[in-house]
Design a protein around this ligand. Structure first.
Ligand code: SF4
Length: 428
């Protein structure tokens, strides 16, 4: 649902006490990599329920001045010029893909932004608006569908009843402490449940959310510290596969390293699951580093894979993932292995406006989809400081940009069977 627009949305800013105001003298702007843009009416939607607003330290908001017809920063509080202001970003709820990032001017010495996605936000007709599109209609992580009392009750009951199952204890904490949507759905006995298994990883992603070595950046989740046994994994997975509606169980979660490093354990677990039940979907979220292990997992019963990618251009992939012992080609091979075994394959595609919609990225993505016969692109917003990311990739910002809406329509037109979404679909 786009926003009817007679007037353009106003810039929003935060004062030194953290209160958020609109400033109608400047229009809301967005950023495409480091280029400032004026969002079109067709690109704006109301801020989705479950989204959060972040105040960006040492960054002045940038808006568009309709009188002077130029972009300009708001350097201080309009109501009190002595006072500083900060830019405001939206961290959107799941299932929405951003069209523009937040437009701001970074001050000298500004700290790195934590590992979240920073989408542009403005004020219009008494509400916040964002340049975004709902890319997946599946409601599995819509805030309104979670029942905190039921989650608390079920999690505590299972943690008590299954004391010896370390994975149940870990996922209970994930649901109750971190509010992980997948763990919460597990304790609501529905949809997609998580099966983290690996404390280790063979990549060193710039934006890793479970293990960070970068000064000034902290991981947003603690990494699992043990490898669960196949019995512990099945203790979680089998009842879920048997009774949950639209059941999916997924290896490879934000609170772990790379699951393929535990392929032997996962293979044994999948075999046991399929001996116990033929219901539901068994999925693997992975960096795709070990295609031969993926092949073994397919023979054991793995049905779907999601391979993470910040770019379909190998040199940018390597700059982000900093893989050890594998390459971009291995990740692509893992997708093809699942397709050859009749499985469902998707990529977890990290979207950053102005980078993901570059001409050469589109050409590389076209080749990847054609070559692998991919089924789904999960267009997820990249959780990272955009300037730091582009600097570390050495991204060429002079490239022609299509715009995210144009990228989406080209994918639909060129690959009519390819799905665009956000979540791992149930296959039964
Ligand atoms: S592949 Fe996952 S766990 Fe490994 S470094 Fe990257 S984000 Fe972290």
């Amino acid at each position: 649902m786009t926003v009817p627009m007679k007037r353009r949305p106003a810039l929003v800013y935060a004062d030194s006490d953290g209160n958020i105001f609109d400033w109608p003298a400047l229009e809301m702007a967005g950023a495409s990599a480091l280029e400032w843009k004026r969002p079109k009416a067709s690109e704006l939607i109301p801020l989705p329920e479950g989204s959060e607003l972040f105040l960006l330290p040492e960054r002045h908001p940038v808006g568009f001045d309709p009188v002077r017809k130029c972009f300009k920063a708001l350097p201080s509080d309009p109501s009190n010029p002595e006072k500083p202001v900060r830019a405001v970003a939206a961290f959107m709820a799941p299932a929405y893909t951003q069209i523009y990032s937040t437009a701001y001017q970074r001050l000298h010495g500004a700290p790195l932004l934590p590992l979240f996605a920073y989408t542009a936000v403005g004020w219009l007709n008494g509400g916040f608006v964002v340049p975004a599109v709902r890319i997946d209609l599946d409601q599995r992580q819509d805030l309104r569908n979670f029942d905190p009392q039921k989650i608390e009750r079920n999690a505590r009951k299972r943690m008590k009843a299954e004391r010896k199952n370390r994975l149940v204890q870990h996922l209970g904490r994930c649901a109750l402490t971190y509010g992980c949507p997948a763990a919460r759905n597990l304790f609501m006995d529905r949809w997609e449940a998580p099966l983290p298994t690996s404390p280790a990883c063979n990549a060193h992603c710039l934006g890793c959310i479970s293990y960070q070595r970068q000064e000034g950046l902290s991981a947003t989740q603690d990494r699992i510290t043990f490898v669960p046994t196949p019995e512990e994994i099945c203790g979680v997975a089998v009842p879920h596969l048997q009774k949950a509606p639209r059941a999916v169980v997924s290896f490879g979660q934000g609170c772990e390293g790379e699951p393929l490093l535990q392929a032997k354990t996962i293979e044994a677990a999948i075999s046991s699951m399929r001996q116990a039940t033929s219901s539901g979907t068994i999925n693997l979220n992975t960096n795709g580093s070990l295609p031969d292990e993926v092949s073994k997992l397919c023979r054991a019963g793995l049905q779907s894979i999601r391979v993470s990618m910040n770019s379909a251009r190998p040199h940018y992939y390597h700059k982000y993932f900093r893989p050890s012992g594998y390459t971009f080609d291995d990740a692509v091979r893992s997708i093809s292995v699942v397709k050859r075994n009749g499985g469902f394959a998707s990529i977890n595609y990290f979207v950053l406006p102005g980078f993901t919609d570059q001409q050469s990225e589109w050409e590389a993505l076209e080749r990847l989809v054609s070559q692998t016969r991919l089924d789904l692109i999960q267009m997820r917003n990249l959780n990272i400081d955009p300037e730091w990311y582009l600097e570390n990739l050495g991204a060429d910002l002079t490239e022609k940009k299509l715009g995210i809406p144009e990228l989406i329509s080209r994918l639909h037109n060129e690959f009519p069977d390819l799905r665009l979404g956000y979540f791992n679909p149930p296959l039964q």
